[in-house]
Write a new protein. Structure first.
Ligand code: FMN
Length: 378
């Protein structure tokens, strides 16, 4: 499991023990722990990913499945979900207080994020001895998952849940091993969802041109930058305070005081961002576009499921991946991209690069208690 580079690999407990051994009093020890927040960051990142408890009573088991669901990818790490516990069922509801009105005005990516959580939940349920029967949002505004007892299924995707991450660094430029790529390309899909791989130039350069245009448009838009800044966490103290958002070190940036980070991001030149992403894309083995026949809630959920399944599959083969959704988040570019990649009537939903790289620092999540809807609000 990766840790934050160049930081001590020491748990809070070992740190306190070390202080005790050195004769530091408990009170002094606590002061030092407070002054060393990275220990808490690592503890939090580990704790939310602790191994899933099995053979516990049904209600505790359901909470564990929800914890695994929350480890899913989600836009800006807003964690836009609320879970409702029923007898033998879990519902995933959107949390519209966490929507991203600028980058995602129709809640398309929000529902994709719920689909990612659904996929983790389904895989974890299957591994612990439950089959999940899913009812997609159609008329109702939530996903319903009925759980019935089934033989536990040993699945490498389950082990990948705690390891999966959106790895935003430069990759090593190597092609993915042939057999592994075949394995990835054999992934089981959802009805109406397709994958389109782009592995070679000149088509990769076409994709790059659209990512470039997307960056230029988004970073020239003050509302986009302001919304992004709202979800950036420039240091561990801020990341720990909210347990959500985009922590700077997860994107390879140093920690800085909030005021400095905000100033820096607000001053980012669109061209600068475009150049960084061009380099990242060129360092990747390829990209894959997830496309769908329709563009509605149920399809967005299925798209999220396919994305998460793909990311887990790649993780199980030590292949890293990250999003470059910029051209699909600008309406005009999205339709141009659709024609440029000859997707016909299929809607491009997500654009993902993949390849080999070291793991990056891990993102945080809010605890299960914070995402279970209180009964009086159901
Ligand atoms: C629908 C969707 C859109 C996303 N768009 C982007 C993106 O454009 N750029 C990016 O770097 N990450 C993107 N992400 C990744 C999230 O930021 C990431 O999942 C979240 O910060 C949690 O981090 P983790 O996936 O490493 O656990 C997206 C995720 C989802 C589900």
């Amino acid at each position: 499991m990766n840790t934050i580079p160049s930081r001590p690999r020491l748990s809070r407990r070992s740190f306190v023990k070390l202080l005790a051994a050195a004769g530091v009093t408990t009170a002094g020890g606590y002061l030092l722990v407070e002054a060393a927040p990275w220990l808490d960051y690592e503890a939090q990142a580990n704790d939310i990913r602790r191994p899933l408890a099995r053979k516990v009573p049904m209600s505790a088991q359901m909470r564990e499945l929800i914890r695994y669901a929350t480890l899913a990818a989600n836009g800006h790490n807003t964690q836009p979900w609320q879970f409702v516990l029923k007898d033998n069922a879990i519902e995933i509801h959107p949390d519209y207080t966490r929507r991203l009105p600028v980058v995602d005005p129709h809640d398309r990516e929000l529902w994709i994020s719920l689909g990612c959580a659904l996929e983790n939940l389904r895989v974890a349920a299957r591994a612990t001895g439950y089959a999940a029967e899913v009812t997609y949002p159609d008329g109702v505004d939530y996903i319903h998952i009925r759980l019935t007892a089934a033989t536990p299924q040993n699945n490498p995707l389950f082990k990948a849940i705690e390891l999966r991450q959106n790895t935003r660094s430069d990759y090593d430029g190597h092609a993915v091993k042939g057999a592994d790529l075949d394995d990835v390309q054999a992934l089981h899909l959802e009805p109406g969802v397709t994958l389109r791989y782009v592995l070679n130039s000149p088509e990769l350069e076409t994709v790059l041109a659209y990512v470039h245009q997307g960056n230029l448009r988004q970073y020239a838009d003050q509302a986009f930058v302001a919304e992004l800044i709202d979800w950036l966490r420039f240091n561990q103290k801020d990341a720990l305070a909210s347990l959500d958002g985009l922590f700077s070190r997860c994107s390879g940036h140093p920690e800085v005081p909030g005021w400095l980070g905000r100033l820096f991001v607000a001053g980012t030149k669109p061209q600068q961002q475009a150049d960084v992403d061009a380099r990242k894309l060129r360092s990747s083995a390829g990209v894959v576009v997830i496309a769908s026949e329709s563009d509605d809630k149920a399809t967005w959920v299925r798209t999220g499921q396919v994305y998460e399944r793909l990311a887990l599959k790649m993780t199980s083969l030590n292949i890293k991946s990250a999003f470059l959704n910029q051209p699909l988040e600008v309406a005009e570019l999205r339709s141009q991209f659709q024609s440029a990649l000859s997707l016909g009537a299929s809607w491009p939903q997500l654009l993902i690069r993949f390849g080999y790289a070291e793991a990056m620092p891990r993102s945080l999540r809010r605890p299960v208690e914070a995402v279970i809807m209180p009964p009086e609000m159901e």
